[in-house]
Design a protein around this ligand. Sequence first.
Ligand code: PLP
Length: 422
Amino acid sequence: MDHFLYREGILHAEDVPLTEIARAVGTPVYVYSVATLTRHYRVFQEALAGMDHLICYAMKANSNQAVLRVMANLGAGMDVVSGGEYIRARAAGVPGERIVFSGVGKTRQEMRDALRHGIRQFNVESEPELRALSEVAVSLGTRAPIAIRVNPDVDARTHAKIATGKSENKFGIPIARAREVYAEAAALPGIEVVGIDVHIGSQLTDLAPFKAAFAKVADLTGTLRAEGHDIRRLDLGGGLGIPYRRDNEAPPLPFDYGGVIRETLGHLGCEIEIEPGRLIVGNAGILLASVIWLKHGEGRDFLVLDAAMNDLVRPAMYEAFHEIVPVAEAAPGIERHPVDIVGPVCETGDTFARERPMPPLGEGDLVAFRSAGAYGAVMASEYNSRPLVPEVLVSGDHFAVVRARPSFDEMLNRDTIPDWID
Ligand SMILES: *Cc1c(COP(=O)(O)O)cnc(C)c1O
């Protein structure tokens, strides 16, 4: 559910007509809804009610400072995957004790900074990382709280580029080797084992892989406790999918996901952490764009937009589907014609949709990409020297630009020409 609805024939973000945002800020622009963000956070809270838990928003999905502040004010923790994300989370007001640090390649500098400024736990993904973290913690005279990310070898049945829980993926330690690695962790100075971590992939549309992975984590909890480890926290990662096609997709609800957690792990008395990203922010955002023109090709027509793959890379990178709707609602019964919806970037991959039935649209008309709040702006680039796409946050009847479009001067001033070239 989201807060992007038609009212009097115009698509709104909460109470703000998207036409007004387009006029004020120009296009392309991302627009996020505070009400939707809040609702999604609360849905997870309700799903885990009665269990000791912390929702650590996976901020790689959308790390705009204003979005993070909304989450922080709701009480969310954060899952960070780089030193930069750690700094963003702290700047948005998230205390260190609510930040978990994931990722296969944390540098010693990142470990040091997080230990100095406060961290809830490191999700350790390999033995070299474990040993480095031990050395860094000892050098600072402290102890690093850790969970070890186990790879349960479960097929998440999602797009190959976002599946992370199979043995051939780079993530985690094979679950079969967990005992050995936990024994080493317990013996290392500067390391405090607090739990187990697992994350099997993103955009999962079925609960069965979660269930299989969590059951393995439950078994492992028993085994590790029997060997004397104080397993008190289980980090279950993120990955719950969202409906990108509203008419024929119905991924599991957070409530049922919570049910699987309760059923597989509820008896263990552990604190539960989850790291949802996409489900919190995906349907809380749209990408607003304008039609440059309709180009008639041989046998097909191209709707050329002012948004491109550099603004929203998901279709090019993952063959992802986004609903693309006109901001001025199409009259009921109007004829739709198939068009290829493309951006201006000089790559054939800069195609958002092929043969998508669309109502008649022409120069200057506005369209909205739905479900674009996650893995949208964060993956944007300035490829083709297109200014980084701006972002707007809406709450009720007001909105604010939360990341401004850079000027061409700002873009040019990031480069320097060394004087020895001339
Ligand atoms: C990407 C990621 C998440 C979030 O995944 P979503 O599908 O956006 O919920 C959570 N945890 C880890 C470790 C991740 O890499």
